[in-house]
Design a protein around this ligand. Structure first.
Ligand code: BGC
Length: 386
């Protein structure tokens, strides 16, 4: 992309993208009448596929999403003084995402988190998935949904501004059975909430567990540690793991452990406790069993607040679990969007989901999807300040 085109788009976005279409060298800069969606060229993959970056805004929230991986590349929200900052970790260019991203902002599929030894059995058939994390399969295998190009279309309805992402995952992709037809809506509501709706259907029995892997730093990406952020999770139990981070099957009580976030607690407070589970995760990297269980409508499950900026994020979901990951494997080897190096604990993820390794855990809520059924999942992130 040329500098002038980037400048043009940025200026257009800043101007609120009123009524005019904005022309660029690639011809598709997009600003429908009264619309608030802008498309720009972000980069080109080695096979020649062009990748777009879409930017939408509503209220004071501004969201940029890539057609590659459905990646949340930037999410800007105001602090208590009204100053905007990008609170999601990521990169400024496509090559960095392709070269090796720890799933920054990405859509995760077909299966969020780990499946033990990349194996499961469904209706008597054994399936082998690619193993890409020690002995296990993580986040859908080595070329999961985070590395695929999605079709993206903007929409506006009833004050909501959003993007619909679509992709058909062929039967057998990454070892998973069934042709999976997937739709994900990223919506900014009139109050600037960020809502994600997932939908999927299949032509053969399969397993599905979709999520989004945004790393947040409510102080702004690249501003350092999130250990002072105060986190509350409405979960009385969590799923302890073995040393390869596969759940043991137990639903252990959080009471009296570093995993007790039932009242707001600084993320860093107990992160150096010599608890076996903290050692296995090198910090927090665990699925919390949400007290509300599976719900047909999103219900509140977590609040995170940054005392410094005053930014607060509340999360509601239909899912029964959330993977709280405290950015343990950010080790100073990646420079983020604003050019600052990310170090351990510089971001956190709250990945709403079904539990890891459910296909091998009869006691966990089922992740099986059959022909004729529709997989649905919704998560809403609401932003405010204090
Ligand atoms: C996993 C972590 C992993 C991270 C990035 C999280 O969902 O639980 O173990 O390192 O994603 O891949």
């Amino acid at each position: 992309m040329t500098t002038s085109r980037r400048t043009l788009m940025t200026a257009a976005a800043a101007a609120g993208l009123a009524a005019t279409a904005v022309a660029t060298g690639t011809g598709t800069a997009y600003a429908k009448d009264g619309g608030r969606a802008v498309k720009e060229h972000f980069g080109t993959l080695a096979d020649g596929t062009k990748v777009d970056r879409w930017t939408i805004r509503n209220g004071r929230t501004r969201l940029s999403v890539l057609s590659y991986g459905g990646i949340v590349q930037s999410l800007e929200i105001p602090d208590r003084h009204g100053h905007l900052a990008n609170v999601s970790l990521g990169f400024a260019d496509l090559d960095s995402y392709v070269a090796g991203s720890p799933y920054f902002g990405a859509l995760i599929g077909r299966y969020g988190n780990r499946i033990a030894n990349g194996r499961f059995t469904l209706d008597g058939h054994a399936y082998q998935l690619p193993v890409n994390d020690g002995p296990n399969s993580l986040h859908g295998g080595d070329k999961g949904f985070d590395k695929r190009v999605w079709s993206v279309e903007p929409f506006e309805r009833a004050g909501n501004v959003g993007l619909t992402l679509r992709r058909v995952s062929p039967d057998g992709e990454m070892g998973y059975p069934g042709k999976l037809t997937v739709r994900v809506d990223y919506t900014l509501t009139p109050t600037g909430d960020f809502r994600i709706d997932y939908e999927a259907t299949t032509d053969k029995a399969t397993v599905v567990n979709l999520t989004n892997h945004t790393y947040y730093n409510l102080g702004g990406e690249g501003t350092g540690s999130v250990y002072d952020h105060r986190l509350e999770i409405a979960a009385s139990r969590y799923t302890p793991v073995n040393k390869t981070l596969i759940p043991t099957g137990e639903l252990a009580k959080v009471a009296g452990t570093p995993f007790d976030f039932r009242r707001p607690k600084a993320i860093g407070r107990d992160i150096r406790e010599a608890h076996q589970q903290v050692l296995y995760g090198q910090g927090f990297d665990h699925n919390f069993v949400l007290d509300k269980g599976i719900t047909s409508r999103p219900e509140h499950i977590a609040t995170v607040g940054d005392p410094e900026s005053g930014r607060v994020m509340r999360i509601a979901t239909t899912e029964p679990g959330v993977q709280f990951y405290s950015g343990n494997f950010l080790v100073g080897t990646l420079a983020g969007t604003s050019g600052k190096v990310y170090r351990q604990g510089d971001g956190f993820c709250l990945e709403t989901q079904h539990f890891p390794d459910s296909p091998n855990q009869p006691g966990f809520p089922s992740t099986v999807l059959r022909p004729g059924q529709t997989y649905r999942s919704t998560t809403v992130h609401s932003f405010s300040t204090r």
